[in-house]
Design a protein. Structure first.
Length: 392
């Protein structure tokens, strides 16, 4: 689309930022006037007028109806043109690919998931992704020209600039997702780590932070992200926040990366479920949620397995607290949702490891799993990224 040309400096950058702010504010409300936008965003009338005209020209918002007033001329209200364009969101966990299509009003018009745990390489992954996209667009009844942006979130190492990812660590294979999608879509493509997506969407885009934050994501695998000085830390080679591979037991359990003793080998959902199956000598897998319930009911084996996992997590958290000294730690995963008193247990274990318990006396937050829809979050972030980099 003509509107999508990168602008990174000077007045163009300010205009891009204002465009996103105005669009977000219009999206929040069922009709808002230009004068209301000026007051809410502390922008001048000419600035609001320019941005609004740009967004109308691009077909992203429209003028509809008027606001009832008792004196003077009724102001024209602005609203998002919800079904003018759509965004595709894709989230790839360790075992599943989740896909959705949302309109500009953040309404989901299609959602599905498929298994990807048996895939061996990037070519197979891209083929499955293509099949999912084909099915999604056909079912939703939209064409490629109606797609404003595509967002892809994945576990593992992500190169945001190149739009590539590396899921199969031992093979060191770079999967060029953006390049692949560009062969089909003439629109903005965003590729991001899945944990960073959730962090950006919930804690940066929707909340005011005045301190550093660490987000620890414990699910099928382990991930994380860090906000430092208001920015998500990515590192020199996009390798920051690889919490899964923090060393907690030298020479310990085998990690998926081929090395030993890394955090993921002890605290991931799959690792805990495998340990319970082994200890109980079962021929079937018991879910982590059920293990937590058994521990809450007093089963000693379940309690010991969970507490041993928390011991390893406490080692990793201690290092993060000592190095970063963040104001908030956000945690996500079934063990935090279903194990009674888990935060107090973790804080106590950390407190026994650090030189001063004051370091652990910070804000601890359990991320509500019911609110985490990374495919929807990356679809929304892709739209905002398109607006922020457009030359409308």
């Amino acid at each position: 689309m003509e509107m999508l040309k990168i602008q990174k400096k000077g007045k163009a950058q300010i205009k891009s930022q204002n465009r996103v702010r105005v669009f977000r504010e219009i999206l929040k409300r069922n009709g808002i006037s230009r004068s209301q936008l000026e007051k809410l965003l502390s922008l001048s009338a000419p600035s609001v007028t320019r941005v609004v005209e740009d967004l109308i020209k691009a077909g992203l918002i429209c003028e509809e109806g008027t606001e009832q007033t008792f004196v003077g001329r009724r102001p024209i209200l602005l609203n998002v043109n919800k079904n003018a364009y759509y965004s595709i969101g894709i989230n790839m966990s360790r075992t599943k690919l989740y896909i959705c299509i949302t309109n500009l009003g953040d309404e989901t018009i299609y959602a599905d998931k498929t298994e990807i745990s048996g895939l061996k390489n990037g070519a197979e992954l891209l083929a499955v992704m293509d099949e999912c996209v084909d099915k999604a667009m056909k079912t939703a009844g939209i064409g490629e020209s109606q797609v404003l942006a595509v967002g892809v979130a994945s576990r593992g190492t992500v190169d945001r600039e190149q739009g590539s990812l590396m899921r199969y660590v031992q093979d060191q294979e770079e999967i060029r997702v953006k390049e692949h999608l560009k062969q089909r879509f003439d629109c903005h493509i965003l590729v991001e780590n899945n944990v960073a997506v959730d962090l950006k969407h919930e804690y940066m885009e929707r909340m005011e932070l005045n301190h550093d934050l660490v987000y620890i994501y414990v699910d099928e695998g382990v991930g994380g992200s860090i906000i430092c000085n208001g920015e998500v830390a990515s590192g020199e080679h996009n390798m920051a926040s690889k919490f899964a591979h923090m060393l907690v037991v030298p020479g310990g359990a085998l990690c998926n990366c081929g090395k030993r003793g890394h955090l993921e080998g002890y605290v991931s959902k799959l690792a805990i479920e495998a340990e319970y199956k082994l200890v109980k000598e079962l021929d079937h897998t018991v879910s982590l949620e059920e293990i937590c319930k058994k521990a809450n009911e007093g089963e000693e084996d379940a309690r010991q397995i969970l507490d041993q996992a928390l011991d390893k997590l406490a080692i990793a958290v201690t290092q993060l607290l000592l190095i970063l000294n963040p104001g908030t730690i956000v945690v996500y995963g079934d063990i935090f949702e279903f194990y009674d008193g888990v935060i107090e247990k973790l804080k106590d274990k950390v407190g026994r490891l650090v030189f001063s318990r004051q370091i652990a006396d910070i804000n601890w937050v359990i991320r509500d799993k019911s609110k985490v829809r990374i495919e929807n979050s990356v679809a929304r972030l892709a739209v905002e990224s398109a607006l922020a980099t457009s030359a409308v």
